[in-house]
Design a protein around this ligand. Structure first.
Ligand code: ZN
Length: 456
């Protein structure tokens, strides 16, 4: 089905792969994705999309719209890169690009290109007289910036009927796995400095307070839900001089639980540890939320439509040269003998597996509370490629990675067109989503905290 429309991804191949390469070259990090955003938004505009830029108080956030009326279906794209991952592409050894400090270690250049491909295909479908609105959401700062949480808070998803998204990885399947809600909190202790040998009685140690808080957290673990997580790191241990009573110490906590309500309750208990530690040591503590994500709501009836669209597609076939490149790259990945002897790419999409709980978190989760959301995992990368690695950056301009990007575009477009075509199925999907979210969405980020956009 929909072959004529899906062929648009092939017709526009040069433009789509060119866009992905261009964004790979820019490799701009969270909230700094100006050129990447412009490249994407300008191209959509030139294809007749109406573009609004700088939404949700974020200069690099945009929405491109095509068509009109109901339903409103959203395709998402991300385009931010990571620091510390300067790397050439496509090569099979670690090789920095002189003068460059960033790289697309999460494959978001492919993400943007694949979603652009999907938008072009769905556009031709709408041009054929089908009713409905396609919106393309340019989502900044997925890497540590919680960009979509602010987009949700600004109401950008309020009238959306469904969201279809995807992400590069090393296999292809509809995502069924939920994710945990989390919050990261900074605890800054302030004490009084003193000579630790000469006048220790005059000092009040912030480091002692931080250590006592961590001891408390380690005892707390026995009395919380074992599926929940508490991790911590020292941002500042007060200095390097043991003969000074440390007047400051800063901890960063990451608290995860099944949903935002459970996270809020666990954070309340962790806050008490901080306050108790400050009380014991006669120091002060300042508690600041840094960022937070909700848990991901999965909708089986929507996954079913997405899987139908995915399974129908012909799977791209790697060339001899693709396989040679992949095998060389795998040698740098510490894989088992068994994996090294097998083919370096999967040759078909997997059937979805029953969901297992997952310890990670994502900002698409907040979107999933507002509108039914489905994501594809797509196998752009060689089997075994770690996320956020030089090997991932190195595949960003690779031939097979881009072939799989076009495949991702077709999977997304095929899903969107089915949703436009099947109003009854869309109603079922929305009913399932309403049932799963009836406890109500709570924005996990306090109102006084905004996106961390750098000053000009
Ligand atoms: Zn990513």
């Amino acid at each position: 089905m929909y072959e004529a429309y899906l062929r648009e991804t092939e017709t526009n191949r040069e433009e789509i792969t060119g866009l992905s390469d261009e964004i790979w070259d820019y490799a701009e990090t969270a909230y700094r994705e100006k050129r990447s955003m412009k490249a994407l938004a300008d191209r959509l505009e030139s294809h007749g999309f109406k573009v609004e830029r700088g939404l949700a108080d974020i200069p690099t956030c945009f929405i491109a719209t095509y068509g009109s009326g109901k339903p409103v279906i959203v395709i998402q794209a991300e385009y931010d890169a990571l620091d510390g991952l300067s790397q050439e592409s496509p090569v099979t050894e670690p090789k920095e690009i002189p003068g460059k400090t960033t790289g697309h270690g999460c494959g978001h250049n492919l993400f943007a290109g694949g979603s652009f491909a999907a938008a072009l295909a769905v556009k031709t479908y709408l041009d054929d007289g089908h009713p409905g609105t396609l919106r393309f959401y340019g989502c900044p700062a997925e890497e540590g910036g919680a960009g979509k949480v602010f987009m949700v808070r600004a109401g950008l998803y309020d009238d959306v009927d469904a969201v279809v998204s995807w992400h590069p990885t090393d296999f292809s399947m509809v995502r069924t796995r939920p994710s945990l809600a989390n919050v990261s909190v900074k605890y800054s202790f302030k004490g009084i400095a003193a000579h630790a040998g000469g006048s220790p009685e005059k000092g009040r140690s912030a480091l002692d307070a931080a250590e006592l808080m961590n001891v408390g957290a380690n005892f707390l673990r026995e009395h919380m839900d074992p599926a929940f997580r508490i991790h911590y790191a020292f941002l500042d241990a007060g200095g390097e001089a043991p003969n000074v009573v440390q007047a400051k110490a800063v901890l960063l906590y990451l608290i995860r639980a099944t949903d935002s309500r459970e996270v809020a309750e666990l954070k309340r208990r962790v806050d008490r540890l901080a306050e108790g530690a400050a009380y014991m040591t006669e120091t002060e503590v300042k508690i600041e939320v840094q960022k937070a994500y909700s848990n991901l709501i999965t909708v089986a009836s929507l996954q079913k439509v997405a899987n139908e669209a995915l399974q129908e597609l012909a799977y791209p076939v790697p060339t001899e040269e693709d396989l040679r490149f992949a095998k060389e790259l795998q040698k740098t990945m510490h894989l088992s003998e068994e994996k090294l002897a097998a083919l370096p790419y999967e040759l078909g999409a997997r059937q979805p597996i029953p969901p297992k709980p997952h310890g990670g978190s994502t900002d698409t989760a907040d979107v999933s509370w507002i509108a039914p959301t489905v994501q594809f995992h797509i196998g752009n990368w060689v089997i075994g490629t770690p996320g956020h690695s030089w090997q991932a950056v190195s595949q960003g301009k690779g031939r097979f990675a881009k072939e799989m990007m076009l495949y991702a575009g077709k999977a997304v477009a095929g899903t969107v067109m089915r949703l436009f075509d099947r109003p009854d199925t869309l109603e079922e999907i929305k009913a399932e989503h309403r049932e799963k979210t009836k406890s109500g969405y709570i924005c996990p980020i306090p109102p006084e905290i905004g996106p961390n956009v750098p000053e000009e």
